[in-house]
Write a protein that binds this ligand. Structure first.
Ligand code: NAD
Length: 362
């Protein structure tokens, strides 16, 4: 086994390069705690790659990722490229391709609540008082987004269709990942479906129940998607691991994000069977604030922490990073997006937030 761990760095567009710079500071700081030597190589992706190579995911980038052990991505896209056809746009032309190419069928979106930032959440205080710490696991490369689709016919006969197909294999592999994650947390899974209407959901639920027999210590619960979106608003503290097929996961993971009140704090991870993964902030390239040194780098730094936990398997180091972030937030340091105009808060730049977190890693 190699003693070197290679990370492909893809800063991308908008705030991507600014927040990535902060994650690299953290990487340099934690090297001393990690057994393997970490090496990084930076590649173009998204709009910047369209400018340079006329391709949002150039061959050199894909090959660089193939030679790496994990990918850390900033974000892609922006108004400059919105006029392009969908398949040539940075998002579809690079992110969906990367997911498919590396078979990244698991998507993890943690959503937790920082007590000091409760005012940013749209939820009422009495709901937030119970706190929440949820991880949403979304099946990422199957289901309705990848089934046969099209728009056919003309005039009154014009019609469109999207098809949801899930195989036993696809459901089993994501289920095992979810049960294993639940084992390391509070041993609870809530599986989201629409088994009162959809055949794919009936199969999904049946297989989940079968697999649960192998993980007797984990409590499995099922919830219809329509009820789940209500429950998440009424009482998020009831959830721990939420497992969803692709479409429902798309909806629920964004809802999990909004109840925290701060998209700039939320990381995500997508990985395959071998835990080769792509780690990126849950938000986009935020073109409205790009280049101003005011973006919040926490989502990018937490994405790195997830990379360290899941791909590098150094959970303790990832906890060190999370603790450093808590410490800095508890001291009142905020980027502009986290500001609540409170006299105790200290508004700082992207660069300063990165440096303060880096210096707090002990
Ligand atoms: P966005 O997430 O980029 O921005 C939404 C709002 O959140 C903006 O006001 C932005 O300033 C703010 N925001 C986001 N991240 C922040 C951060 N780290 N710090 C402070 N504020 C932050 O979503 P959008 O405006 O819908 O999309 C902008 C571009 O990003 C589009 O081109 C979109 O396609 C792309 N996008 C890319 C990804 C990705 O790369 N994975 C994901 C979503 C959107």
């Amino acid at each position: 086994m190699s003693n070197i761990f290679k990370i492909a760095i893809l800063p991308g567009d908008g705030i991507g390069p600014e927040v990535m710079k902060q994650a690299i500071k953290i990487l340099e700081r934690i090297q001393k705690y990690i057994k393997k030597k970490i090496t990084i190589n930076t590649y173009c992706i998204g709009g910047i790659a369209i400018k340079k190579y006329s391709d949002p995911l150039p061959r050199v980038t894909l090959e660089g990722c193939e030679k790496s052990d994990a990918i850390l991505l900033g974000s892609v896209g922006g108004p400059e490229w919105d006029h392009l056809p969908l398949h040539k746009r940075p998002e579809k032309g690079s992110l969906l391709k990367l997911r498919k190419h590396f078979n990244l069928f698991v998507n993890l979106r943690p959503s937790f609540f920082y007590k000091n930032l409760s005012i940013l959440s749209p939820l009422k205080e009495k709901i937030l008082n119970k706190g929440f710490d949820i991880i949403c696991i979304r099946e990422l490369i199957g289901g309705i987004y990848y089934g046969p689709n099209g728009i056919k016919g003309k005039g009154i006969n014009e019609h469109a269709f999207d098809t949801e197909i899930y195989s036993r294999f696809e459901i089993e592999r994501i289920a095992h990942i979810a049960f294993n994650i639940a084992l390391k947390r509070n041993k609870k899974i809530c599986s989201i479906d629409k088994a009162n209407v959809l055949q794919t959901s009936i199969l999904w639920r049946k297989i989940l129940i079968e697999i649960s027999q192998k993980y007797k210590s984990v409590k499995l619960k099922h919830m219809y998607i329509d009820n789940a979106v209500m429950q998440l608003i009424k009482n998020p503290s009831q959830f721990d691991v939420i497992l969803c097929p692709n479409l429902f996961g798309d909806i629920i993971s964004d809802q999990c994000a909004v109840i925290t009140g701060s998209i700039g704090n939320l990381p995500s991870a997508s990985f395959n069977q071998n835990y080769f993964g792509l780690y990126e902030p849950a938000g986009g390239s935020a073109p409205d604030i790009a280049g101003k040194n005011i973006a919040n780098p926490i989502a990018q730094i937490l994405s790195l922490a997830m990379l360290i936990e899941y791909s590098l398997k150094e959970r303790k180091i990832s906890v060190k990073i999370k603790n450093a972030i808590h410490k800095i937030l508890n001291l009142g340091y905020r980027t502009k997006d986290l500001s609540i105009n409170n006299s105790k808060e200290k508004i700082i730049t992207t660069d300063d937030m990165g440096t303060l977190i880096m210096e707090s890693i002990k």
